[in-house]
Design a protein around this ligand. Structure first.
Ligand code: HEC
Length: 379
């Protein structure tokens, strides 16, 4: 109705034009015709050796001063291979981190020995959050030594460490570095599955083949590789079939978890797990239980003075006694004076590889069932 009226349509076109102009002005695009001419003239001179042409260098610096913070600034710095603008390049990349032009700024920075500057920016958690992803998108090998130390830095949030893994997998040096971490067993468990997924799909064949050996993707029933979580979350399954799979003896979820009043009280109660975790997190909690151990459900290994060992969840603790909850749900009381050593484990008690007893379709059914276990909506 609105669009059919020709006057309305013309008004709308005008409004759109006004909007475009306003947003150009807001984003500080260059609109001074003299400045535009100067920039065009400079662009044609980009192969000039500035050391022998001080007048051009002067003109360039004057223009740069006026366009600082705009994409053309990055373009000029890059094209003239200026080495003394690194701080401004970093500032540009931080201010425009969601924009493709940030990648040009970062590439120019990496090309002009800006690694130290980037390294110190990455020690700042906020700036790291702005830089990790675009650094990865440059796919520049020189970003790899900057990002690699983040992956196993326990002082970093898991989000930043995961972003670093994804960023690294975009360059060959980065992918190689990840492979090296995995091979030397220094890859933290909470990014292991993600690293496996990323490295098993890189385009550098030797790295991919090596990754398939040392970081194999989780297997499905019958030796097929399980499709990636990214793919599985888009499938839908049958929650009723999933409920019977949950109770199958060879999988035995029910031997460690309660759901809707049934099962053994050992691991977390799953009656409302569909409210707590999204499907991707549900897949991950089975493919890689150690990646995010639920608080209070960490495993403890205990060695007694007489040489006996005990292994279970810590149910409670007093001044002189410690109660372990063993698999199957029984409790074991231990006098503290009898304990020689106790150690919290980084591996979950929940075994990994349970999906290897399932086809991809059965796995999808099982997750559909878990996703359906929701907190009742109050009426
Ligand atoms: C040997 C016992 C054991 C078995 C078998 C087991 N789990 Fe677990 N599960 C645990 C424990 C302990 C935890 C808590 C530690 C952790 O998060 O890894 C857990 C955690 C989970 C979580 C995350 C819960 C949360 O609140 O974040 C889910 C989901 C889960 N298990 C589902 C399953 C399913 C589905 C199966 C069957 C395929 C299964 N588990 C089999 C012991 C077990």
């Amino acid at each position: 109705m609105f669009a059919r009226n020709p006057i309305d349509r013309r008004l709308r076109t005008l409004a759109a034009l006004a909007f475009t102009l306003a947003s150009v002005a807001l984003h500080g695009a260059v609109d001074d015709p003299r400045l535009i001419n100067q920039i065009e003239a400079l662009k044609r001179l980009k192969d000039t050796d500035l050391a022998t042409r001080p007048a051009i260098r002067q003109a360039l610096l004057r223009v740069l001063d006026q366009v600082r913070g705009q994409p053309v600034f990055v373009e000029l710095v890059r094209d003239f291979r200026l080495r003394d603008q690194n701080a401004a390049l970093l500032e540009y990349a931080l201010a425009n981190s969601a924009d493709a032009s940030a990648l040009d700024a970062l590439r120019a920075l990496l090309a002009s020995d800006g690694s130290d500057l980037l390294k110190s920016a990455l020690t700042n958690s906020i700036q790291a959050g702005q830089l990790i992803e675009p650094l990865g998108k440059t796919a520049d090998n020189r970003a790899a030594p900057l990002l690699l130390p983040l992956v196993n830095d326990r002082g970093r949030s898991v989000d930043h460490r995961r972003a670093a893994v994804q960023a690294l997998a975009r360059s060959q040096e980065g992918a190689r570095g990840l492979l090296h971490l995995a091979a030397s067993s220094t890859l933290p468990t909470d990014v292991r599955l993600l690293t496996a997924t990323e490295l098993n799909s890189v385009r550098w064949k030797p790295i991919q083949l090596e990754a398939a050996k040392i970081l194999p993707l989780p297997a499905a029933k019958g030796d097929a590789a399980m499709p990636s979580t990214a793919e599985l979350v888009h499938r839908s399954g049958d929650p009723r079939k999933g409920a019977t799979i949950f109770r199958r003896p060879e999988i035995n979820c029910i031997g460690c978890h309660q759901a809707m009043g049934e099962g053994i009280d050992f691991g977390p109660n799953l009656s409302e797990i569909g409210t707590k975790l999204g499907k991707d997190a549900l897949y991950e909690s089975i493919l890689d239980p150690s990646s995010g151990i639920s608080f209070g459900f960490e495993a403890w290994a205990i060695i007694l003075r007489n040489g006996d060992e005990a292994y279970g969840l810590l149910a409670s603790e007093t001044e002189d006694e410690l109660v372990l909850k063993l698999q199957g749900g029984t409790l074991q009381r231990l006098k503290k004076v009898e304990i020689a050593n106790r150690e919290k484990q980084t591996q979950s008690i929940m075994p990994s590889g349970l999906q290897a007893n399932l086809t991809a379709g059965e796995f999808v059914d099982l997750i559909e069932y878990l996703a359906s276990l929701k907190k009742p909506v109050p009426r």
